[in-house]
Design a protein around this ligand. Structure first.
Ligand code: HEC
Length: 151
């Protein structure tokens, strides 16, 4: 009977090349006189929901990503699954700014009126965003005053 002796000669030579301390050298102390900008940390990571029950998204784009994309998808191509979420990309119905405002404010069948939790300006911003992105090129901008009328 032959005995096999396994020689586990693992010569692991780990070379720790100079890990420079440069990455760690950045002290937390900013040079003085940097303007005091950057007061962060109110609300959650991307600044949404600073005021509970109200959206505080600063731009139409962020509002879209935060509120609409969950159903209409980030690329606005819609989705089919438990429900039918229509594409907003290349959507001829968006030709009417008033219609788009109306849907966002009042909802439509399976879509809740998410605009109720937004200011007139926020509704206008997100409507203008979807009407000028995702292949939509409707140049006329809806205004906060228009939103107020529909509300
Ligand atoms: C909870 C899911 C949900 C959210 C959030 C949502 N939608 Fe919708 N949306 C729908 C559904 C479902 C429909 C289709 C309603 C129907 O026709 O039955 C729809 C329809 C629409 C329509 C009508 C499309 C057409 O061709 O007539 C527009 C415009 C629209 N949504 C815009 C938005 C915008 C802008 C936002 C974000 C501010 C948003 N939606 C957020 C689910 C949602």
């Amino acid at each position: 009977m032959k005995r096999t002796t396994a020689l586990l000669g693992v010569a692991a030579t780990l070379t720790f090349a100079s890990i420079t301390a440069s990455a760690l050298a950045q002290s937390a102390a900013e040079p003085s006189g940097s303007g005091g900008a950057g007061i962060m940390g109110t609300g959650d990571g991307d600044g949404a929901f600073i005021t509970p029950g109200k959206f505080s998204e600063p731009t139409g784009e962020k509002m879209y990503k935060r509120v609409c994309a969950g159903c209409h998808m980030p690329d606005a191509k819609g989705a089919k699954g438990a429900g039918m979420y229509p594409a907003l990309a290349g959507d001829p119905n968006l030709a009417s700014g008033d219609y788009t405002v109306y849907v966002v404010l009042k909802g439509l069948h399976g879509m809740p009126g998410v605009g109720r939790m937004m200011t007139d300006q926020q509704v206008a911003d997100v409507v203008n965003y979807v009407r000028t992105n995702f292949g939509n090129k409707y140049k006329d901008r809806v205004t906060a005053a228009q939103v107020k009328d529909v509300r």
